[in-house]
Design a protein around this ligand. Structure first.
Ligand code: MTE
Ligand code: CO
Length: 428
């Protein structure tokens, strides 16, 4: 939503909250009494020796590849069964409500496949560069690992993230409303390095990456982007890509919609114009009220969501200190500010961004409040370094109508009830 640039930035100081009478309720005041109560009065977990304190634990070789604690077994990807006819051409969602910091652990990065997960022995994998180049080339994985590498943390967001919410709130949980996103550190070779090796001809203006999966996924990428910051990556968070994320090789297209990040990357064709993709008549375009569609909407615009509390992460305590936490991101660059509202967007206060603030990466934000136990309408709104703001859902619909599936970056509202339960709602 480039048309929301700089628009309607309310005064977010504490003074304006005081004026609005909200801060006096104590809802935003810095945390008061600590939640940890001294339970010296006979808590058996303190006074008795427990089993795990008495017997030897498992030795070092029982889990050569470690898994999370059995008590974290609920932290898993989930799909929405009615969304797609089968699981081979389907999607599942990252459990954002269970995570903290900015990095998504490899085993719970959401997956989107059009033809299932290709199983490829890296020794048999090849990457070909052909088309409008001086020297067509074929690389083995070993060849690729001899080029200079880089490491970058980037988010990957499917263009359809939030697509089910265009017409109104529907799915009860940020895993389902916002979970088509992950954020990992990639290790790979700059795409420019490989293209330079082949020598792109002067009329080579477009690139067609192709996947080795049964879907033969292809996308058209303008050469300018390909030569800018794209990577051909073989590692995520330090280890080999997971099969579902494109092992042994995937394309990384920072800040741009997920469908261009071709997995199981086997070919890069250089051409002088964009290819016609079968899906483009119905997919990866944004259908407007007029019947016209927006094409080539690649950048993922600024967006944020409160991950806790949220419907799958209700408030698990009474009045008093509460940590409100969430994620913000923008395909344009860094996030410079996130504002949080407790009252459905009438008053805003600036949240604290914590941890690394990297371009085209998730950012973690917090707002520490002293909850007075009253109902809240929680919202968050992201702003990026170019001054682009996240729009309200009403603003988004006014600009794009209700036929779209893709690029829903509207402000999310969570209704926190007195008993701590949380629901997905809309306010206008
Ligand atoms: N690449 C291939 N070869 N096949 C695919 O089905 N799906 C695309 C993209 N690359 C896809 C692909 C889509 S739509 C998205 S959103 C991302 O991969 C998802 O990446 P992930 O599975 O790592 O989350
Ligand atoms: Co996608």
């Amino acid at each position: 939503m480039t048309d929301t640039k700089g628009s309607g930035s309310p005064n977010l100081s504490r003074r304006s909250l005081l004026k609005a009478g909200l801060a006096t309720s104590g809802a935003v005041a810095a945390a008061g009494a600590l939640p940890a109560t001294a339970r010296a009065g006979g808590d058996p977990l303190i006074t008795e020796i427990q089993d795990w304190n008495r017997y030897l634990g498992a030795g070092v070789d029982e889990a050569p590849y470690g898994m999370p604690s059995e008590f974290e077994a609920h932290v898993v990807r989930r799909n929405v069964p009615w969304l797609t006819a089968d699981t081979v051409a389907s999607i599942n969602f990252t459990p954002l409500h269970e995570l903290d910091g900015i990095i998504t652990p490899n085993g719970i990065c959401f997956e989107r496949h059009h033809g299932g997960v290709a199983e490829i022995n890296p020794a048999d994998h090849r990457l070909m560069i052909n088309g409008l180049v001086d020297t067509p080339l074929v690389f083995t994985m070993k060849d690729l690992k001899r080029f200079p590498r880089e490491n970058h943390v980037y988010f990957l967001e499917c263009a359809a993230n939030g697509g089910m919410e265009w017409r109104g709130s529907q799915l009860n949980g940020c895993q389902f409303t916002h979970g088509m996103i992950h954020n990992v550190m990639y290790t790979g070779v700059k795409l420019k390095t490989l293209l330079d090796e082949a020598g792109v001809k002067t009329n080579g203006k477009w690139l067609l990456p192709e996947g080795a999966d049964a879907a033969h996924m292809t996308r058209s990428i303008p050469m300018e982007k390909a030569l800018d910051d794209c990577l051909v990556a073989f590692k995520m968070n330090g280890e080999a890509l997971r099969p579902e994320q494109g092992y042994p090789l995937r394309l990384v297209v920072p800040g741009w919609e997920g469908n261009m990040w071709v997995k199981w990357l086997r070919r890069l064709e250089v051409g002088d114009q964009p290819w016609h993709h079968r899906e483009e008549t119905s997919k990866y375009t944004d259908l407007l009220e007029t019947g016209k569609a927006r094409r080539f909407t690649w950048v993922m615009e600024p967006k944020s969501v409160i991950t806790s509390p949220s419907p799958q992460a209700p408030v698990g305590h009474g009045k008093g200190p509460m940590v409100i936490s969430g994620l913000a991101w923008s395909g344009n660059g860094r996030i410079t500010r996130v504002d949080v509202s407790l009252d459905g967007g009438r008053n805003w206060t600036t949240a604290r961004i914590d941890g690394p603030s990297l371009s085209k990466s998730l950012h973690r934000f917090y707002l520490d409040i002293d909850w007075d136990g009253s109902e809240l309408l929680l919202q968050s709104r992201a702003m990026d370094e170019h001054g682009f703001y996240q729009p309200t859902k009403d603003e988004l619909r006014a600009a794009r109508g209700e036929n779209s599936i893709y690029h829903n970056n509207g402000i999310q509202t969570w209704y926190v009830q007195k008993d701590g339960a949380v629901e997905n709602v809309e306010v206008s």
